[in-house]
Design a protein around this ligand. Structure first.
Ligand SMILES: [Zn+2]
Length: 347
């Protein structure tokens, strides 16, 4: 196949940050995606409907006029989240979902939840409303090996939440292990998972190839090859429980190339060509649309996008832009370091 046409994709997990970074990165997403769930981990985080609405306006202002794009807003759950206020914001469509970050799990997650039992009344309200819970599924206990934090999270905290509230709609975000794939497969229909392009593309060796490479450091951290293969199997299977969330997470070079560099990969620019190449390499182009454009929408009870998007396979590999410039600073664009022949075709 040299050309395919798919329903315009959605990115169900993206970080736009704020201010100058926001203005630079929003067009990279809105060019090829129709809708996104926007992460709330700003400094300070988005905690209520009012803040979410103001943030949504800033995103809409940064969206190029030619792009039809709909941002879905989230709030950041804390042990102080008020369930009545949350209910009101959800009913007023100010927020679409709530995000659970265990305290300290990733960039700007300092106000996250320490004791899951403290937020159970809020989760109960969400289950009643049909409001999705989005989870960064890693424990933050520094005594647990960094490569095992997702597995321990699902066995302890996620299993507990599902057992208490089986009717709660949950997205286990950016899964990275075969343990998560198996857990999601065996769980009830309300648990689905998103997968990122970088976890499909690379294993943990990339972080250390020839030295330490901060632009491949993300959280959850890249895992062993057997886990990457398991993610590729899940994504290409067509199974409706798995869908795309890029977790595109921009940082300035100065914050990445640092004695204590930030976690995050900025992949919005070439997510779709990279995914098309991975699916093609696995003889699975037929299921690409399910992963990028259909499974997520059905998990969130949303209709499919009406617009289509074309991808074409070129003779020569794509030459990726290396970075985005923002006020004299740079944000490095994710490069999976294999040849990508696919590209989004102009409509
Ligand atoms: Zn994220």
């Amino acid at each position: 196949m040299k050309k395919i046409e798919i329903t315009k994709p959605d990115d169900w997990h993206v970080h736009f940050r704020d201010n100058e970074i926001l203005k630079a990165v929003v067009p990279e997403t809105t060019r090829n995606f129709a809708r996104s769930i926007i992460m709330p981990n700003l400094i300070p985080p988005i905690l209520n409907g009012k803040q979410a609405t103001a943030y949504k306006k800033r995103i809409e202002d940064a969206t190029p006029k030619k792009d039809t794009f709909k941002p879905f807003m989230t709030i950041y759950l804390t042990e102080q989240t008020d369930k009545n206020e949350l209910k009101e914001s959800f009913i007023n469509n100010a927020i679409f979902a709530a995000k659970l970050y265990p305290a300290g799990a990733t960039t700007n997650s300092g106000s996250g939840v320490k004791d899951i039992k403290k937020i159970m009344p809020v989760l109960e309200t969400m289950a009643t409303l049909g409001m999705p819970l989005l989870i960064h599924g890693e424990v933050t206990d520094q005594k647990i090996d960094i490569f095992d934090r997702e597995k321990v999270f699902i066995e302890t905290i996620l299993a507990f939440i599902i057992n208490e509230l089986p009717e709660l709609k949950i997205t286990l975000e950016h899964i990275t292990t075969s343990d998560s794939v198996n857990f999601v497969n065996e769980a009830n229909k309300n648990l689905c998972a998103s997968i990122t392009p970088h976890h499909l593309a690379l294993n943990r060796n990339t972080i250390f190839k020839g030295g330490i490479r901060p632009h491949y450091f993300c959280l959850p951290i890249l895992k062993r090859e057997k886990h990457r293969k398991s993610l590729v199997d899940a994504a290409t299977s067509g199974n409706s429980k798995f869908f795309l969330g890029t977790d595109s997470a921009p940082h300035f070079v100065s914050d990445k190339e640092n004695a204590c560099g930030c976690a995050g990969v900025f992949n919005a620019s070439y997510s779709l060509p990279i995914l098309a190449q991975i699916f093609d390499n696995n003889n699975a182009l037929k299921t690409l649309e399910k992963f990028t454009s259909i499974n997520g929408a059905s998990h969130y009870n949303l209709s499919r996008n009406k617009i289509k998007l074309k991808l074409k396979k070129n003779e020569n590999p794509l030459r990726l832009r290396k970075s985005l410039e923002v006020n004299g600073e740079k944000i490095i664009i994710f490069d999976p370091e294999f040849s990508i022949f696919w590209d989004v075709a102009l409509p």
